[in-house]
Design a protein around this ligand. Structure first.
Ligand SMILES: Cc1ncc(COP(=O)(O)O)c(C=O)c1O
Length: 405
């Protein structure tokens, strides 16, 4: 049995070398049905945002329970639109986690606001509600807080929501990683993106995410007025209200109510997203299966800390982030060695306030968020996507274990 496993793992290595290929940390899974759905739109008269975008939006509402979904060109524009919807403007303060992709922070800056960072809770790897409350009490009350469901793990939205009532700030849930995840609240499961504990939420459909539309994103909300404004801001700030059509020059009439951008997504991208959404539950199950394989293998080593698996939550893992307790040097060696054997692991993320833009503009000091910095020093994301075969997972596990022994 063990011999057979060894042989199959070796075959993975031979194949990667012979074909000069590699296993990346994330990869899309495209089916024939997906291709047909895209081709069908390409043969139709409508290419840009049209009827299939509306169907994709309905499917996202059905999935999450949110009342409105507005699809757009990517997750970054979704965050920007969410901030524009809330009216974030010059000198408004936004707070996010330092352990996230740059866009979670940049969206406030795009609107002329100022982004600051509150440390993570090392148990969840998401924004710490305790640290957020300290910030509200001792530094300032922000206009918006952007909690990130890091790696698919739901941030503690119910607690952050109660803080928003106490101190008076808006919430945008950055659910770019967490489509398909849910958390427990009052005995029910609440989907990430449902906006039960936020004003708005966003998804990203980049190819490494759980479902993809090539590039794409969505803003979700239960607020009719916010939804209307964001829909308008998606396309140049143009309003096409029925009362404008009847009262003015003619049916061509429209008004540019505010200055905005072209944030639209095409209908063929939405066809891919909608088709992928049908397989979300099987993607989630396969991701969980791989996470379980990794956890069983790595759980035996004191040198390693496994990713969080919070009680009561149902996590659709986007990333598998392992921590090397022996420190950044060990993590660095493992990263280098895995790349040599064609396993293209990644690091998620460098604390954002270390980036030259933020450092130059605000002079945020090293040591500002100790938990985030400690996490960054030890973390490494292993490949995680549904198309990974069991033999490839075995190859990754053997390769990591060989390096820590
Ligand atoms: C947490 C998070 N938020 C936002 C984004 C932005 O999404 P997109 O790449 O679709 O613009 C990403 C993308 O990687 C992300 O990881």
């Amino acid at each position: 049995m063990r011999e057979d496993f060894k042989r199959r793992v070796q075959e993975v290595e031979y194949r990667l070398t012979a074909t000069n290929s590699f296993i990346s940390y994330g990869h899309q899974s495209i089916s024939e049905e997906d291709i047909e759905a895209v081709a069908c739109v390409l043969k139709s008269p409508f290419l840009t945002t049209g009827p299939v975008a509306a169907e994709f939006e309905s499917a996202l509402c059905h999935l999450t329970g949110a009342k409105h979904a507005i699809v757009c060109s990517n997750g970054t524009t979704a965050l920007h639109l969410a901030c524009l919807g809330l009216g974030i403007s010059e000198n408004d303060l936004g707070i996010t986690s330092p352990i996230t992709f740059l866009a979670s922070a940049n969206c406030v800056e795009f609107c002329g606001g100022r982004t600051d960072f509150v440390d993570i809770d090392p148990a969840s790897l998401c924004l710490s509600p305790e640290k957020l409350e300290d910030y509200c009490k001792n530094v300032a009350v922000p206009k918006v807080v952007i909690p990130v469901d890091f790696a698919g793990i739901p941030a503690d939205l119910p607690t952050i929501h109660s803080l928003s009532k106490k101190y008076g700030f808006h919430i945008i849930e950055d659910a770019a990683h967490s489509i398909g995840s849910s958390y427990e609240w009052n005995g029910s499961q609440i989907s990430c993106g449902a906006c039960v504990h936020s004003d708005l939420a966003i998804f990203s459909f980049h190819p490494v995410k759980t479902i993809t539309s090539g590039e794409g994103g969505a803003v979700l909300t239960n607020d009719d007025k916010l939804a209307e404004r964001i829909r308008m801001m998606r396309s140049h700030g143009i309003e096409r209200r029925i009362d404008l059509l009847t009262k003015n020059d003619g049916p061509w009439y429209h008004e540019m109510a505010d200055l905005s951008y072209n944030c639209r997504i095409t209908d063929f991208q939405c066809a891919l997203g909608k088709s992928q959404l049908k397989r979300l539950q099987s993607f989630k199950a396969r991701r969980r299966e791989i996470v379980d394989h990794y956890n069983t293998a790595f759980g035996k080593f004191n040198e390693l800390t496994l990713p969080p698996d919070p009680k009561g939550s149902s996590v659709c893992y986007h990333l598998y982030s392992l921590q090397f307790n022996d420190g950044s040097q060990k993590r660095y060696e493992v990263f280098q060695e895995l790349w040599k054997v064609r396993i293209y692991c990644q690091i998620h993320y460098i604390p954002i306030y270390w980036q030259p833009y933020y450092n130059r503009k605000y002079g945020y000091p090293i040591g500002k968020c100790p938990n985030a910095e400690a996490y960054y020093a030890h973390c490494l994301s292993l490949p995680l996507y549904p198309a990974l075969s069991d033999d490839e997972v075995g190859y990754i596990i053997e390769s990591v274990i060989n390096l820590i022994r």
